[in-house]
Design a protein around this ligand. Structure first.
Ligand SMILES: CC(C)(COP(=O)(O)OP(=O)(O)OC[C@H]1O[C@@H](n2cnc3c(N)ncnc32)[C@H](O)[C@@H]1OP(=O)(O)O)[C@@H](O)C(=O)NCCC(=O)NCCS
Length: 147
């Protein structure tokens, strides 16, 4: 089936189990990020959404998208491992970028762990390029930085 057959829409409550399972299968979950809490926070306001691509009832692709009033960000970009390499990643990223454009956001940004060359090649194929910036972060409850 082609990427054109992917139906992309904001996540429904009924999708949450399948979406978190997909993120686990894709290795995107981290002990310090509760995926269900991340989903709830993204759905709380109108500046973020979790987009879900389905073939029939099957959850095939996801992207969490949001903006801070200036830049747009993408997280949890995932395609079912059994369906990778067929354009679904490109399709869900395009949907995320359309979501940002529709809200007046001009630039999309995302984080890739250093050394993850495979994922970097995917984003580069979509026109993303490295920006010479250093990412500084701090947990607001004061705990030590996670890797
Ligand atoms: C990264 C991921 C979303 C890509 O999804 P996908 O459906 O396989 O990607 P697509 O088939 O849409 O590929 C889009 C383009 O990227 C290119 N691409 C994808 N993976 C690539 C790789 N490993 N090396 C080089 N190019 C790659 C494809 O060739 C394609 O280019 P083209 O359209 O010009 O032919 C998917 O592999 C995935 O879910 N990985 C695990 C989760 C993850 O690491 N997410 C990113 C977190 S930062």
């Amino acid at each position: 089936m082609s990427a054109a057959a992917l139906a992309i829409a904001p996540l429904d409550d009924a999708d949450i189990g399948a979406v978190t399972l997909l993120w686990e299968r894709c290795g995107l979950t981290r002990p310090w990020n509760d995926p269900r809490a991340d989903i709830a926070l993204a759905r709380r306001g109108d500046n973020a959404a979790v987009l879900v691509g389905k073939q029939g009832a099957a959850v095939v692709a996801t992207a969490m998208v949001g903006h801070d009033g200036h830049r747009g960000w993408l997280y949890y970009v995932a395609v079912d491992p059994a369906r990778q390499g067929h354009g679904f990643g490109r399709a869900i990223m395009a949907a995320g970028e359309d979501w940002l454009r529709a809200r007046g956001i001009e630039k999309a940004q995302l984080l890739v762990r250093a050394g993850n060359e495979k994922v970097r090649a995917f984003y580069e194929a979509l026109g993303y390029g490295e920006q010479p910036r250093v990412l500084l972060a701090r947990w607001l409850d004061g705990r030590p930085l996670t890797p």
